[in-house]
Design a protein around this ligand. Structure first.
Ligand code: AP5
Ligand code: MG
Ligand code: ZN
Length: 221
């Protein structure tokens, strides 16, 4: 690894706020990989790994997968060569214990550089989540009304099949929101105190949020 400091961004926001959507759009311009712990769990589930099977019961309920497992997984992921210059974290850290662990992992880089918080109301988040569709092959994210694919049920990028996540059914979504307020929202104060929090209005169209995010990064990175 080079001696240069790595750049770490942590995207915050309720489930459905658009963290994954914005992270994917940022990857190319920042030349940093998106690290989505939810995506890694889903990938493991698809491949029936031990980790995937362990995560499944928590994800189906909308609860957090145990910290020990999650933190180790992120640690391993950060050692991959594509993260040599840093990463865009999406869905991690998700509670104070994870945030402290991540602080230690990135201490030699000066910690998290920026934590953009994508604000969105619960009602809008529910609408976003229940209309979401994801590509089985590449993980691209669509919405049946707000960001539809050119052809229904088919990924624009690779022609993969679009599916609805198991945890995007209404009851689980409610618990995910509850878990967010209880366990994840304290991170807003945590990163504010570190001077790296920046708030965005997530109710705007995808390209507007992306433009504001880029502007913010230009100012702060
Ligand atoms: P995870 O996969 O992280 O799900 P989440 O936090 O619930 O977040 P979402 O992916 O639902 O929302 P998002 O903000 O990424 O929104 P998106 O861009 O897709 O976690 C799933 C589960 O894994 C957890 O419940 C937990 O069990 C486990 N897990 C994950 N990380 C963990 C951790 N660190 N510790 C422990 N457990 C963990 O957008 C949503 C929809 O809206 C899409 O359809 C999109 O097209 C649309 N949309 C996006 N932006 C806009 C816009 N501006 N206007 C209109 N539509 C938009
Ligand atoms: Mg996501
Ligand atoms: Zn695809």
């Amino acid at each position: 690894m080079s001696s240069q400091k790595r750049t770490f961004l942590v995207l915050l926001g309720v489930p459905g706020a658009g963290k994954g959507t914005q992270a994917k759009l940022l990857e190319e311009s920042l030349r940093l990989p998106q690290i989505s712990t939810g995506d890694i769990f889903r990938y493991n589930l698809k491949n029936q790994t031990e980790l995937g099977l362990l995560a499944k019961s928590y994800m189906d309920r909308g609860d957090l997968v145990p910290d020990e497992v999650t933190i180790r997984m992120v640690q391993d992921r950060l050692e991959k060569p594509d993260a040599a210059n840093g990463a865009i974290l999406d869905g991690f850290p998700r509670n104070l214990i994870q945030a402290q662990a991540f602080g230690e992992m990135t201490a030699s880089d000066g910690g998290v550089r920026l934590a953009p918080l994508i604000n969105l109301s619960d009602e809008e988040a529910m609408r976003r989540i229940t209309g979401r569709r994801v590509c089985r092959t590449c993980g691209a994210v669509y919405h049946i009304d707000f960001n539809p694919p050119k052809k229904e049920g088919v990924c624009d990028i690779d022609g993969g099949e679009l599916y609805q996540r198991d945890d995007d059914k209404t009851d689980t979504v409610r618990n995910r929101l509850y878990v967010y307020y209880k366990q994840t929202s304290p991170l807003i104060g945590y990163y504010f105190a570190k001077g790296v929090l920046a708030e965005l209005d997530g109710a705007q169209p995808i390209d507007v949020v992306q433009a504001q995010l880029k502007q913010l990064l230009e100012q702060k990175l």
